[in-house]
Design a binder for this molecule. Structure first.
Ligand code: SF4
Length: 254
């Protein structure tokens, strides 16, 4: 017992305060789109190397709902058009809010009556709907002492009967569709659906496969999309807290 207390004292506090610093490599954060991307052939050059067709060379946009943050576009244009920062705060919200064209998007928040109903508590049932489990691992990391999701009153629960909503990962394989819908229906209304990662937003690298539904939006009404492949736990925290109107920039502990 004494040894445990000594060890605890030696370790000190490991929990990150919010707002936190930059993402560690190899994670990539918010892409910075330079003016060069909107002119000349830079968007075209970037789109040629993008395996997920996240870049639209005509509209000069990058769809973070499809982007897997591989960084090949940045390499292709030597960072002249797109450069990935280490900023974990990515745009989160409705599906269309993930498409960046250099414009600013409003932060999407839950409706005031839902926020007031939830108060300071949010319980989520996680469903892994056919992805690689990368997003699941990052979501589970939220519970460790570094990110300590529970300090915000947010937690994962085992039963949908105890949940306020679903957190879904993966492109929704055809085999998982029924299980996902049944889990959703077992949650009392009002219920929210949060889709995390490129697969849950668009099908990701599985998009177009005969075996998937190309994202959670094709099956359930999604209230919040959080991009990434996978999203870092900090991106998840910023996304969920922002949605609940508890932006960490303003008041980290509320
Ligand atoms: S980082 Fe995203 S947009 Fe760039 S090439 Fe990779 S998937 Fe495409």
């Amino acid at each position: 017992m004494l040894e445990s207390i000594r060890k605890r004292a030696r370790t000190g506090k490991v929990t990150l305060d919010l707002p936190a610093g930059d993402l560690p490599t190899p994670f990539r954060g918010m892409p910075v789109i330079a003016d060069a991307f909107r002119s000349a052939n830079v968007a075209e050059e970037c789109s040629r190397v993008c395996a997920t067709e996240a870049i639209d060379p005509e509209k000069k946009t990058i769809d973070l709902g499809r982007c897997v943050f591989c960084g090949l576009c940045e390499e292709a244009c030597d960072g002249e058009g797109i450069r990935f920062s280490q900023d974990p705060r990515l745009p989160c919200g409705k599906r269309e809010h993930l498409v960046l064209g250099g414009r600013e998007f409003p932060t999407v928040k839950a409706a005031p009556d839902l926020r007031s109903l939830l108060g300071r508590s949010l319980h989520l049932r996680e469903v892994s709907a056919g992805g690689c489990n990368g997003c699941d691992l990052e979501a589970q990391a939220l519970g460790n002492p570094i990110f300590d999701l529970q300090r915000f009153g947010i937690d994962f629960v085992a039963s949908p009967r105890h949940a306020d909503g679903l957190l879904v990962t993966g492109p929704v394989s055809k085999n998982m569709r029924e299980a996902l819908v049944k889990t959703y229906e077992a949650i009392a209304e009002p219920r929210i659906v949060i889709a995390i990662g490129a697969c849950a937003a668009s099908g990701g690298i599985f998009r177009g496969s005969y075996a998937v539904e190309n994202g959670v939006g094709a099956v359930l009404p999604v209230a919040l999309f959080i991009p990434g492949c996978p999203p870092h736990p900090l991106t998840l925290l910023y996304g969920i807290l922002g949605f609940l109107g508890r932006s960490p920039e303003k008041n980290p502990r509320r």
